[in-house]
Design a binder for this molecule. Sequence first.
Ligand code: APR
Length: 247
Amino acid sequence: MGAPNSIVILTGAGISAESGIDTFRDTNGIWSKVDYRDVATPEGFARNPGKVHAFYNERRRGLLRVRPNAAHEALGRLEAAFGGSFLLVTQNIDDLHESAGSRRLLHMHGEVNSALCEACGKRSRWSGDMSINSQCPHCGTVGRMRVDVVWFGEMPYHMDRIEAAIAACDLFVSIGTSGNVYPAAGFVEQARLAGAHTVELNLEPSEGYSSFNEAIYGRATEIVPEFVRQLLAAEVDAAFERISPLP
Ligand code: APR
C-alpha cells in the first residue's frame, strides 16, 4: 500500500500490557478477578459505590507506578512525523498515550484520572482517591462524584468525531484489542466501508480478525515500532517521488 493520507488508530488494553497494566480478558485478566457487573456498570455503582471507588482508586494508584512502553512511544512519534490527518482513539482509561506524547487522542471509554459530578455534570482532573465523601470542585456537592469512565450500557464518548474520522481515513490500524466490545469492535467494518486499508496488530487474532486486510501478530513493543518505522519510510519515499525530477 502506498503512503496513506489519513490514519485512524484504535488501541486497547494490549498496548499497555507490557507497561505492567493488566488486560481484561487474558488469562488472569481483570475480569477474571472481579465481576464487571459490580464495578463497571451504573447498577453496580448504585448498589455499592464504595466497591466501585475502591476498584478505580487501585487502578489510579497503579498508574503512578507504570511508564509508557515502546509501542506508546512509537505512536507518539508517528503522530509527530506523519504529514496527513491523524487520530488515535483509545479504549484505555490509563494516561500512557499522553505520557508518550500523543495529543490527537480521544479516550472513548473515559479516563481514570478524570472525575464526573452527578449533581452538576461537570468534569475535574482527579489524581487521588475518590470516595462517597468526595466533594465536587465545581458545585461543592458531597457524595455525588464518580470516576469519569464509560461503563457497560453507557454511550462511549466522542463517537461523532470518531465515526467522521473513520469515514475519511484510508488507513485504519487496531492495536491490542480483543474486539469483544462494541462500538469499538465495529470500527474496522466502518473503515472497510470507507475504502480504508485495515490492519490488526495484536498478540493473537482478535474476535474480528477476519475483517482486516492485513494482520501482524506479536508483542506490541516489538511489532508497533516496526510498523511505524515502515509507515514513515513509505511516507518519505512518497515525498521523494513527488519532488524527484521526472526520468
Ligand atoms: N502485545 C499486543 N497485544 C497484546 C499484548 C501484548 N503484549 N498482551 C495482550 N494483548 C492482546 C490480547 O491478545 C487481547 O486480544 O490485547 C487484547 C486485550 O483484550 P482485552 O483484555 O479484551 O482488552 P480490550 O480489547 O481493550 O477491552 C475492550 O472492554 O472491559 C471493557 O472497557 C473495557 O476498554 C475495555 C474494553
